[in-house]
Design a protein around this ligand. Sequence first.
Ligand SMILES: Cc1ncc(COP(=O)(O)O)c(C=O)c1O
Length: 412
Amino acid sequence: MPASPPSRATALALDEQNPLRERRELFALPPGTVYLDGNSLGALPRCVPERLAHVVGEEWGRGLIASWNSADWIGLPRRVGDRIASLLGLPEGSVWVSDSTSVSLFKTMVAACRLRPERDVLVVETGTFPTDGYIAASVARMLDLELRWSDSARVEDALDERVALACLTHVDFRTGAMFDADAVTAAAHEAGSLMLWDLCHTAGAVPVDLVTADADFAVGCSYKYLNAGPGSPAFMYAAPRHHDVIDQPLSGWMGHARPFAMEVGYEPVEGVGRLASGTPPVLALSALDAALDVFEGVAPADLRATSLSLTDYFIELVDVRLPGAFEVLTPREHTRRGSQVSLRHENAYGVVQALIARGVVGDFRTPDIARFGFAPLYVTHADVYDAVDHLVDVMDGGEHDRAEYAVRNRVT
Ligand SMILES: Cc1ncc(COP(=O)(O)O)c(C=O)c1O
């Protein structure tokens, strides 16, 4: 007997069972849009505009400069850091939020390498997000280190007694493949190296236990699954054992033990605050602070279960309804999968553009990847069903091969 075709009722039943189903209402998603690009820019939490209006109108407009104290603007990098620490299962006082991901990577990479002065190799992997590689190359030039590129499947082979630091992206931005943080961190430590994780595609979507893994440093952005808006600041984690010895390269006045004493010499503050450099981005930090409200009370296990259910369902529908049309690049094993699914197609750009024209927003990664992110708090199984329905129509109608998609003219 032929298998019955997938039905939307199945999707609705899966949504009904989802313990996170009510969280979607916390987001202002445009009607008629299936948003599968939260791994690039998260959706807008409804509470953010109200908070920003208050910070701008009241705290800045009325409170003026007094708000550094009365509204505790000065405490935001640490307060917001503590909220992210709690979300990621990290100790209080171990996370600082202030700069972009790239700048945060620079600061933590240099700080880590300076903790292993007798070593002369910095390891990154070939599939890493470009900024990680570019920053690592600059750090290597600056500190006179060798930059060693490792294959993602064989990172352990690159680790030896010369390695000061290994910096890896926990979830691969192209394929959605995920490293085993415990095993890789253990291998790095075994070689006497320190370990820095880029959590951009992890935080807010995939629980990772860096305390058990015993990682040294981590960095992650807040504009993807943490939904804090375009260009919102990144977080930096440093294991408490390093706090008193961190020597980071952008030693600005906000990381000084007494910033307002305006002393000539630099003396770092105690604790994670020594990762600070300059004046914190108060508006962006306030947006992030508000955006974190949507995670209040969410169990990490539910986040993971929903993410896996959504990605499983997407892969299953693509397998059943579009056999042979795409290569699924994302690992099928749960232990190796982040919260996205990447499909390879020779005209992936056209596929993504044709879907966007139909209200299904994913993104394209050169040269041939159509990428779909599944933010567990607001993507539903019905969204997944509808997205694949549109994908079937796009492919059946050859919409991806339209002349207008022959020129790649979008930045994302
Ligand atoms: C893994 C990873 N690292 C870093 C970045 C970007 O760094 P920045 O926030 O400085 O632009 C991205 C952006 O997509 C990313 O995916």
